[in-house]
Design a binder for this molecule. Structure first.
Ligand code: FAD
Length: 575
């Protein structure tokens, strides 16, 4: 059996930052990172616009408290304010630390780190490396894994969390190159498995963002928090859904409708294009609904709006946001210096996730903690984003809470023995499950069921929701779950059986989708990214609380948990 003091699932920013912190705190600990991709191909590498921090390099009047207030207001007051305080207080320190590791941030003429405007932030505080920030940071962190002797398991697919008597003991994993199964036992298990964008048919996320960590946690009987809050990014490139970073609006681009009007004046007059994402995504959707969207031939009534950069000029576009220009050119043949880009909302980020306390330890419910189990990054919900995340706060969360969780784990394992695990039993169960999938005489193909599932989630639990829509969505999901029991795999082999991995991922997507729909149906209010047409107002009396959803094959049970309000009393949210 494989053994480590700590096993971290996920090689993105959160997992790598935690590994570095553990190795720095106690170089004697045996730490390993597992990823189903190469760590450098984790979705973090695709992050573009930047990472928020009140460094005060551009706006001297900025402060951690202003950053905290913007974050809490952006969250529609659902964020836990004790967690937001840590996030924003630690932000300047973690940026400097990354800089010392070698991250090449963009500079001001005097050599200090540059900072740009971002949606929902009242000051220019987003640090960036042109529009390839995730790339710059992840490469340095992965280099540092080597420097600190962290072991990496690349292209291993983790398929199960070993949880016994309320204690995490390790994971079961599958080597994609040759089908080998292995059990890893560890004194602490950490999940940093990223988001679930692939639950929807149009997303900015990579193919690996299938919510595996969330589903494994739920299938082990633990709750997931606030799953109803799904972030739609306003500017996905139409029709592919690929992200055009908010940095483009941060640098001054306009959103216009078929009348050539900057319509954000109607929805967020004080912030215009730099309103938070939930508000901007709804605005674009409403313009399209009202017939002021645009067709590919330029006529009115179509399915997208324009993101217009033309007034910004070639030099600024090519130096500040070259990647956005490149994406539109490569995918659609558009030269954004002279032509507007077609955009519409695309699924982008998961505000909810595996509930943790402010030290990164996973919660077993509203009152308790799980021994040996930790989570951070997009997969986790320490709740710094509440009902709506502000742009450039996610990279920050990964780095701050990666660090915090790493420090917690390094202490936690000091007094802990390696747990006993029945390796044979877990391997046998995994073999049986895989064999059953391979031998199924089914009539459906993975692609077909996945596409229907993604279309269902998009249609019945999208930007705007209602009880009627979501109930229909849940019925359709039940049908799809039955179809999943009848999927047929062509590939029966062991070497690079990507079809088998997709089948395992699809099961996870179905679990996550059911959690999102159920939690959303029961939140009878509109807050942040959760916009109900049958309950259009925020309802603090009944719903200023976090949802906890527990999975079981018979259905999903819901519980609720209070919000930590330590600094700012909830107010009406206006921009
Ligand atoms: C296109 C795009 C641009 C973005 N731009 C910004 C930005 O400018 N600023 C910002 O703050 N945020 C941005 N975000 C959001 C931010 O990048 C992500 O939320 C963040 O990087 C997530 O990091 P993570 O470490 O939690 O997970 P990820 O980077 O997604 O990594 C997940 C890891 O888990 C592994 N994994 C998952 N499941 C398994 C499994 N079953 N077995 C083994 N390994 C597994 C994967 O292989 C991967 O290594 C952007 C997101 C996207 C999609």
């Amino acid at each position: 059996m494989l053994e480590h003091d700590v096993i971290i699932v996920g090689g993105g920013l959160a997992g790598c930052r935690a590994a570095v912190e553990i190795a720095r705190t106690d170089p004697n600990l045996k730490v390993a990172v597992v990823a189903k991709t190469h760590p450098i191909r984790s979705h973090s590498v695709a992050a573009q616009g930047g990472m928020a921090s009140s460094l005060q390099n551009v706006d001297p009047e900025d402060s951690w408290k202003a950053h905290a207030f913007d974050t809490v207001k952006g969250s529609d007051y659902l964020a836990d304010q004790d967690a937001v305080e840590i996030l924003t207080r630690e932000a300047p320190g973690v940026i400097i630390d990354l800089e010392h590791m070698g991250v090449l941030f963009s500079r001001l003429p005097d050599g200090r780190i540059a900072q740009r405007a971002f949606g929902g932030h009242s000051h220019r505080r987003t640090c960036y490396a042109a529009d390839k920030t995730g790339h710059a940071i992840l490469h340095e962190l992965v280099n540092n894994l080597r420097r600190y002797g962290v072991h990496t398991y690349q292209e291993w697919y983790v398929k199960r969390l070993i949880l016994e008597e309320g204690q995490a003991k390790g994971v079961v994993m599958y080597r994609m190159t040759d089908g080998e199964l292995a059990v890893v036992r560890a004194k602490a298990v950490m999940f940093a498995t990223g988001g679930y964008g692939r639950v929807y048919n149009t997303t900015s996320n990579d193919y690996a963002s299938t919510g595996d960590g969330l589903a494994m946690t739920a299938l082990a009987g633990l709750p997931l928090e606030d799953m109803e809050f799904v972030q739609f990014h306003p500017t996905g490139l139409y029709p592919v859904g690929v992200l055009i970073s908010e940095a483009v609006r941060g640098e001054g681009a306009y959103l216009i409708n078929s009348d050539g009007e900057r319509f954000m004046a109607r929805y967020a007059p004080s912030r215009m294009e730099l309103a938070p994402r939930d508000i901007t995504s709804r605005a674009i959707s409403l313009e399209i609904r009202a017939g002021r969207g645009i067709h590919p031939d330029g006529s009115a009534g179509g399915p997208f709006a324009y993101l217009d950069l033309r007034h910004m000029g070639r030099e600024k576009i090519m130096s500040k946001i070259p990647f956005a220009w490149e994406e539109a050119h490569r995918l659609l043949g558009i030269d954004a210096v002279n032509q507007p880009m077609p955009v519409r909302p695309t699924v982008h980020y998961s505000m909810g996730g595996i509930p943790t306390n402010i030290s990164g330890q996973v919660r077993s419910g509203a009152g308790g903690l799980v021994e040996g189990f930790f989570a951070a990054g997009e997969a986790a919900c320490v709740s710094v984003h509440g009902a709506n995340r502000l742009g450039s706060n996610s990279l920050l969360e990964c780095v701050v809470y990666g660090k915090v969780t790493g420090a917690t784990i390094a202490q936690y394992v000091q007094n802990r023995k390696l747990p006993t695990v029945d390796e044979k039993r877990y391997i046998q169960e995994a073999e049986e499950q895989i064999q059953a999938l391979l031998e199924r005489p089914g009539q459906y193909r993975i692609n077909e069921v996945r596409q229907k599932f993604q279309d269902t989630m998009t249609e019945y639990c999208g930007v705007f929701r209602s009880a009627e829509l979501m109930q229909t969505g849940l019925q359709k999901l039940e049908e799809l779950q039955k179809q999943y029991q009848e999927v047929f795999l062509d590939d029966k082999g062991k070497s690079w059986n990507t079809e088998l991995v997709e089948a395992l991922e699809l099961r996870n997507l179905l679990v996550v989708g059911q959690m999102i729909l159920t939690a959303a149906l029961n939140r009878k209010e509109s807050r942040g990214a959760h916009a109900r047409e049958d309950f259009t107002d925020r309802d603090d009396v009944n719903f200023l609380k976090h949802t906890l959803a527990y999975y079981s094959p018979a259905g999903i049970d819901l519980d609720y948990m209070p919000v930590a309000i330590t600094m700012f009393e909830p107010q009406e949210r206006k921009y």
